[in-house]
Write a protein of this length. Structure first.
Length: 450
């Protein structure tokens, strides 16, 4: 026992003050390793972001019932970012993120999946971005591949009081997507006037297969093992015009137009048990739906040399469902399969979503107002936010007021806010249904970057 105590004593002493011990001279291999680590630390930059929020919620007509739910939630968003330079023309960007509600799995553990349309994954980290930029002709032509910065795009950074996080406007899509992108400068001469006119073309392939053996496709259902999904495929064309040099009209101007197409392949057969009865849900065709949307985003900072900013976004979408979701009951062999419905709604649909916002700047803070509205059946594509909830996922009208105060050289922010949601429709299990929920929240939070 004594020798264990002596060992622990000197181990702790060495950890607190290692100067008492004589450090042996490092070998040549150790010195080379230290030099490699120092060189690597200069080539890879690391950044940590953390955003903790807490808020009081009141939900009237909860799930369209005559009930009101009141509760308090806290949410933690942690983001670890890496940037590496292989050489001046080749850069990599990787970020991992954790989003979870405080102690949400303390009593009941949730089944964590890789479903990207769920923005709060729990306390398990997930890959947010992971791509490279290869400058083929300087800044005039850039090729990118990997998980692109398709989340937290404009205007998410404005309401959070941060620099721009994502490349593509959140109204176009706000969900992690993998793809191949080509960015090109359209009018290089504009750089002399502090302006940039940029185009981006994105191709997003995807398939539904066995992850370990991708050559093996996943059948639509056990009843029809010879029918397979068509897979996913998407295209995006985007144009961005930015004036970063202050003028008499504004300090900064940004306009983005984006056109996107996405084909969603059939999902894998889903099985479950309801009231002791086994069931499965599958698609009767290889394609779930084809979706088209066009999005426009505009920012004007310090309009006419005042303290006001203005920003707005608009999205119009078209959805053309292909297959029909079916429900089967394997325990009842004589029972025919039931039609469950089509994606979003039976038949082709269209929809719009709007956002208007303004900010007023104080010396170290700003006050913001936002108004959201939607009509008909816009696609539910604005799903990620560092706020307690992603306001872009709701169908209806929303009012939002927020206040951000910055300190510690703008590396830390304190946020206060209130929003009211008049929900008219609800997207759940692939369908849009009427809703009469009235949700409001008062919240506060603190965020910082290191």
């Amino acid at each position: 026992m004594l020798w264990r105590f002596v060992f622990v004593f000197f181990f702790i002493l060495g950890a607190i003050d290692p100067s008492w011990a004589i450090e042996p001279e490092k070998s040549l291999e150790e010195r080379l390793t230290d030099l490699e680590l120092q060189s690597l630390s200069h080539r890879i930059q690391t950044n940590l972001e953390m955003n903790v929020l807490g808020g009081y919620f009141q939900n009237e007509h909860h799930r369209n019932q005559d009930a009101t739910v009141r509760n308090v939630h806290f949410k933690n968003n942690i983001r670890l970012k890496f940037k590496g330079d292989l050489n001046p023309s080749f850069r990599t960007y990787v970020s991992f993120q954790v989003n979870y509600l405080f102690n949400d799995d303390l009593q009941t553990s949730e089944n964590i999946t890789d479903e990207r349309t769920t923005s709060v994954f729990g306390s398990r980290p997930y890959l947010r971005t992971g791509y490279f930029d290869w400058n083929l002709l300087g800044d005039n032509l850039i090729f990118s591949a990997g998980r692109l910065p398709t989340v937290y795009g404009p205007p998410e950074h404005l309401r959070m009081g941060r620099d721009r996080q994502g490349t593509y406007p959140s109204m176009g899509y706000n969900v992690p997507l993998d793809g191949l992108a080509l960015t090109y400068c359209l009018v290089p001469l504009l750089h002399n006037w502090g302006a940039h006119f940029t185009g981006r073309t994105v191709y997003m392939p995807g398939s539904i297969a066995n992850r370990q053996d991708p050559h093996e496709a996943a059948p639509l259902s056990e009843r029809d093992p010879r029918s397979f999904s068509d897979g996913h495929e998407g295209f995006t064309q985007m144009f961005e015009y930015e004036v970063a040099r202050p003028t008499s009209y504004f300090d900064r101007f940004l306009a983005i137009w984006q056109l996107s197409y996405l084909r969603l392949g059939a999902f894998k057969e889903r099985k479950g048990v309801s009231k002791g009865v086994n069931y499965s849900v599958y698609l009767d065709g290889g394609t779930l739906a084809r979706m088209y949307n066009t999005a426009f985003h505009l920012e004007l900072h310090r309009i006419f040399k005042t303290r006001f900013d203005f920003y707005g976004s608009y999205m119009h979408s078209w959805t053309k469902p292909s297959g029909t979701m079916m429900t089967s009951y394997p325990d009842f062999t004589g029972l025919p399969d039931e039609e469950y419905g089509q994606f979003i709604s039976d038949g082709d649909t269209q929809g719009n979503r709007y956002l208007l916002g303004t900010r007023f700047h104080f010396k170290k803070s700003h006050l913001g107002l936002e108004y959201w509205a939607s009509s008909r059946y816009p696609i539910p594509n604005d799903l990620y936010s560092d706020d307690l909830v992603a306001l872009g996922q709701f169908f209806g009208k929303i009012g939002h007021i927020y206040y951000n105060y910055e300190f510690f050289k703008n590396q830390m922010r304190l946020k206060l806010g209130y929003f009211y949601i008049h929900e008219e429709k609800d997207f759940s299990d692939g369908f849009v249904n009427n809703s009469r929920q009235r949700i409001q929240s008062v919240y506060t939070g603190i965020s910082f970057e290191i």
